[in-house]
Structure formats: structure tokens, C-alpha cells
Ligand binder design. Structure first.
Ligand code: NAD
Length: 354
């Protein structure tokens, strides 16, 4: 098993990564949690595939469980669903000394963590992320949230789990589009901080080699995010580096009302197009754009800017919730594996678009 320790100002916990860890999860949870009640929050896809395996292992270790199943997909990340989960947890007579277990992709992790952070002013929770995006990104860093009709992740907080358990084997059942979606974020980690990871992704040949390397890849990504989060828990400085490709990506996703591109696809377009422009401006080393295009295509992601009028994109970027009043921070590469944050006036974003 590979383990990463997360050390934050108020809290310490570990991320454990191992193929097949789900089969002995009861034993693992027993090492960090002595009470017996566990409320599982999951979605119907994950429940159908892995619910029994999870419950069997927890029951074998004498845990008393209740499973609350939500509909899969982003629509479930709402206050309405949160209310249903609160009700389910109260029916189970959950107390602050019990445990919530978020078992699913980023949607389940975000809403499960949000509910755990708010019900009874905070119930401890554990994350078992099951999608690649959740295993390398959303389960690390403590951001929990739900969406509002006005926008994504508008209600939330920072609330860290007691532990994260990652089983890379679960990714074998993930729909390919979601696998590539997560790989866009893996590519991002390589671009901003880890040339070796980038090169490794370039070398991998075929699905089996990818799955064979998955434990290592997840460990690399989590450890990059861990380092950044430890230095900037509240997303006010270095953590913005994780936004590489996202300024444009978010604007594209939003423009198409989250229907045309997955998050990872939009981020891939963002990474390529921002780098193309910054290479032309002499900020990024020559050849980086070509490499990014190659890796994006290798993992079945798009790179071409869709046909959107420039004013709409600029408007969407200016409205991004990470902006300050007059400024916005963009992330650029010096070279693959080395990135920096550049604060620019909102009126100058035009210069950085192809
Ligand atoms: N908190 C953070 O820091 C953070 C970071 C990045 C993204 N996010 C959030 O994460 C969410 C997206 O996460 P996601 O892409 O995991 O979406 P998701 O949770 O909707 O999962 C994607 C799909 O895969 C299915 N699935 C999950 N695991 C599976 C498995 N092992 N086998 C088969 N199917 C499986 C799910 O049922 C779902 O249909 C967004 O809401 C985003 O805002 C949060």
C-alpha cells in the first residue's frame, strides 16, 4: 500500500492507495475509527457495481451501516439532494461521533463532504473516491460544495476527511469518457509540476499499461496536490497553479451550458490554447505547445478552440468566481513541468487568447 500523509494547520490524515483495498476496507477503517455506525453516501451506478463489496467488508468488521443512494451526475450536487441526504442521516439517528462515508465520484465526494461538514455542525467523514478525477483531484484538498442554479460550487466550505482510501482497480469499470476526463487533470499535473509524469504519460502504450501504472500515477498526482494544498490551504496563492487550463476551460464549459464538453475536455482545450499563445509571446519554451497537443490527442481529448465568438469567451472569463475585483490570475508555463501565476488586469485577457 502507498500512503501519503497530509499535514494541515488544524488536521492530519492519510491517503492510502492500493489495488483491491476495497475488499479489506472494513479492516482499514477499523484502524482509524472505533465507533460502529457508518452512513454511506453513494450514487446508483457505484452502488450497483461495488455496494455489496463495501457493505460485506464493513459488516465483517461489525460496522452498522445505512446506504443513501443519489442519482448519478452533476444535477445531484444540489441543495435539494443535500436535504434528502440530511433526512436520511437523521433517520439513521446519526450523531457527531459517527462517520459519513462518501463513496463515488467527485459529485458524491463534494456533496457528501458538504453534508458532513454542515449537519450537526460537522460529522467526521471518509472519502473512497471511485472516478479518476475524484482519486487524483476532488478527494484531496478539502473543498466541499453544492451547486446553485446561478453557478457551480457556489455554496461550500473547506472540510477535510479523516482518511481517503483509493482503489485504482475501480477505474476499470469507469466509462472511457470519464477516464479521459480525469486524464486531462493528470496531464495538467505533469504540465505544472512534474516533467517526469508528463514523459511517463507520453510513453504509456495501451490501456493495460495505463492501468498497470495507475497506482503510481495517482500517487504522483495526489502528492503534487498535497504539497500545494499544504502550502496554501485556502486557495489564495500557489493553489491557483492547479487552475492551469481552467480559466479558458471554465469559460468554454459555461458557454456550452455544461452540455458539449466534459470538464477535462474543456481544460485540455484551455491548456493547449493558453500555451500556444504564451509560446508565441516568448513566455513558454519553444515546442511545449506541440508536446501538449500530442499528449492531449493521445488521451482522446480535444485541443481545438471551438467556434465561439471572442466577446462571449472574454465575458465568461471576466465573470469567473476566482477573479478579484479588477484582476485575474492566469497560469502559464515556463516549460513543461514548470508553471507560474501571472496576475493581469481583467481588461488585458484578450492578449492571452489565441
Ligand atoms: N472538491 C474539489 O476539489 C473538486 C475538484 C475537481 C472536481 N470537483 C467536482 O467533481 C465533480 C466531477 O467528478 P466526477 O467526474 O467524478 O463526476 P461524477 O461523480 O458524476 O462521476 C462520473 C460518472 O462516473 C460514475 N462512476 C464513478 N465511479 C465509477 C466507477 N468506479 N465505475 C463506473 N462508474 C463510475 C458515476 O456514477 C458518474 O456517472 C464535479 O462536480 C466537480 O465540480 C471537485
Amino acid at each position: 500500500m502507498k500512503t501519503l500523509e497530509i499535514r494541515l494547520s488544524q488536521k492530519k490524515y492519510s491517503i492510502s492507495i492500493e489495488k483491491g483495498i476495497l475488499g479489506k476496507i472494513g479492516e482499514e477503517i477499523g484502524k482509524i475509527y472505533q465507533n460502529k455506525k457508518i452512513a454511506i453516501i453513494t450514487d446508483s451506478n457505484v452502488e450497483e457495481l461495488y455496494g455489496k463489496k463495501l457493505i460485506d467488508s464493513l459488516s465483517k468488521n461489525n460496522f452498522k451501516t445505512k446506504t443513501i443512494v443519489i442519482e448519478p451526475g452533476e444535477k445531484s450536487k444540489s441543495l435539494e439532494t443535500a436535504k434528502c441526504i440530511y433526512e436520511g442521516l437523521l433517520d439513521f439517528e446519526i450523531t457527531r461521533s459517527d462517520m459519513v462515508l462518501a463513496f463515488g465520484g467527485g459529485v458524491v465526494g463534494d456533496i457528501g463532504g458538504f453534508v458532513a461538514s454542515t449537519l450537526l455542525r460537522g460529522i467526521q467523514f471518509i472519502q473512497i473516491p471511485t472516478s479518476l478525477l475524484a482519486q487524483i483531484d476532488s478527494s484531496v484538498g478539502g473543498k466541499v460544495a453544492v451547486n446553485l442554479p446561478q453557478g457551480k460550487n457556489l455554496v461550500g466550505s473547506f472540510y477535510h476527511p479523516e482518511a481517503v482510501f483509493i482503489d485504482p482497480e475501480l477505474l476499470r469499470t469507469l466509462d472511457k469518457r470519464f477516464l479521459y476526463d480525469g486524464l486531462a487533470e493528470v496531464i495538467k499535473y505533469g504540465c505544472i509540476k512534474d516533467r517526469e509524469l508528463f514523459d511517463r504519460l507520453m510513453e504509456i502504450e495501451g490501456q493495460e499499461e495505463l492501468f498497470d501504472s495507475m497506482e503510481e500515477i495517482i500517487l504522483n498526482c495526489c502528492s503534487i496536490k498535497r504539497d500545494v494544498v499544504e502550502r496554501d490551504e485556502r486557495d489564495r496563492g500557489e493553489r491557483l497553479l492547479l487552475n492551469f487550463g481552467h480559466t479558458l476551460g471554465h469559460a468554454i464549459e459555461k458557454y456550452f451550458e455544461y452540455n458539449k464538453y466534459t470538464h477535462g475536455e474543456a481544460v485540455a482545450i484551455g491548456m493547449y490554447n493558453f500555451t500556444k499563445k504564451s509560446e508565441e509571446m516568448g513566455i513558454t519554451e519553444k515546442g511545449a505547445t506541440r508536446l501538449i497537443k500530442e499528449i492531449i490527442l493521445k488521451y482522446n481529448l480535444p485541443y481545438k478552440m471551438p467556434d465561439i465568438d471572442r466577446d462571449s469567451i472574454i465575458k465568461a472569463i471576466r465573470l469567473d468566481k476566482k477573479n478579484e475585483s479588477d484582476n485575474l490570475s492566469i497560469v502559464l508555463l515556463r516549460e513543461i513541468g514548470d508553471s507560474f501565476i501571472k496576475k493581469i488586469n481583467k481588461d488585458h485577457i484578450d492578449l492571452y487568447l489565441v
